[in-house]
Design a protein. Structure first.
Length: 228
């Protein structure tokens, strides 16, 4: 008897504009048996709304919404991720192709990769489908290059050691920057000549841009580029 085993696929839907989704992402959604969203109310998830703009058929797909706590409590986070994996395990066992939608790119600070570990430990196939990350879209929105010649690029987030990271040469990118905006402003003020290019909700209807480090909003979906 053939052992039919499911597959878990992390699919990046890009930063916000449905036109920035890849053809492969569209095809993966169309071929999925079930689409997973990182929010209990699946149709309220930002990734769902983005993908729906490129794949209208998503409205008729079987959906599974999962809660992921926004917490620095590692034990709480790990328990919830394990519980979420248990919620989708039966579908993998039934041989379904599960597509997990994530904003931006699933290789960059994505919760999906924790679920991926559980699936692989049980022998299920997994894969990643890249999406355009927010910092690339933010650079394009500002019409600036991220790097030229031998210029370095450093990727940080709100939990990083910002002072040390921002002191590195080249372009610095701070993702999920809103909650650390005050600490970020203090660090940038110590960098003579630094220029700031920030975008909130890049590619969405509520998109806003900022070039003053002291005017940044506290929104989670804020990407900041700091250049020398």
């Amino acid at each position: 008897m053939t052992d039919i085993r499911g597959k878990l696929i992390g699919v990046g839907v890009g930063p916000g504009d449905p036109e920035l989704m890849t053809l492969k992402a569209v095809r993966m959604i169309q071929e999925a048996d079930r689409v997973i969203l990182p929010q209990r109310e699946a149709k309220e998830a930002r990734a769902y709304k983005i993908a729906l703009g490129a794949v209208p058929a998503l409205a008729d797909k079987c959906l599974l919404g999962l809660d992921f706590p926004m917490t620095r409590d590692k034990d709480l986070r790990d328990r919830q991720i394990q519980a979420n994996y248990e919620s989708l395990r039966s579908y993998l066992k039934a041989g379904e192709k599960l597509v997990f939608l994530t904003i931006g790119d699933p290789c960059i600070y994505s919760t999906f990769c924790y679920l991926k570990i559980y699936a692989e430990e049980e022998g299920y196939q997994t894969s990643l489908v890249n999406g355009i990350p927010s910092f690339v879209a933010a650079a394009a929105r500002w019409n600036i290059p991220l790097c030229l010649d031998d210029e370095e690029v450093h990727l940080l987030n709100g939990k990083s050691h910002l002072a040390e990271g921002l002191a590195l040469p080249g372009s610095k990118i701070v993702m999920k920057a809103g909650p650390c905006s005050e600490k970020l402003a203090e660090a940038v003020d110590k960098l003579p000549g630094a220029r700031v290019y920030a975008v909130k909700d890049c590619g969405l209807s509520g998109e806003e841009v900022f070039d003053d480090i002291h005017e940044l909003p506290g929104d989670y979906m804020l990407t900041v580029i700091v250049k020398e």
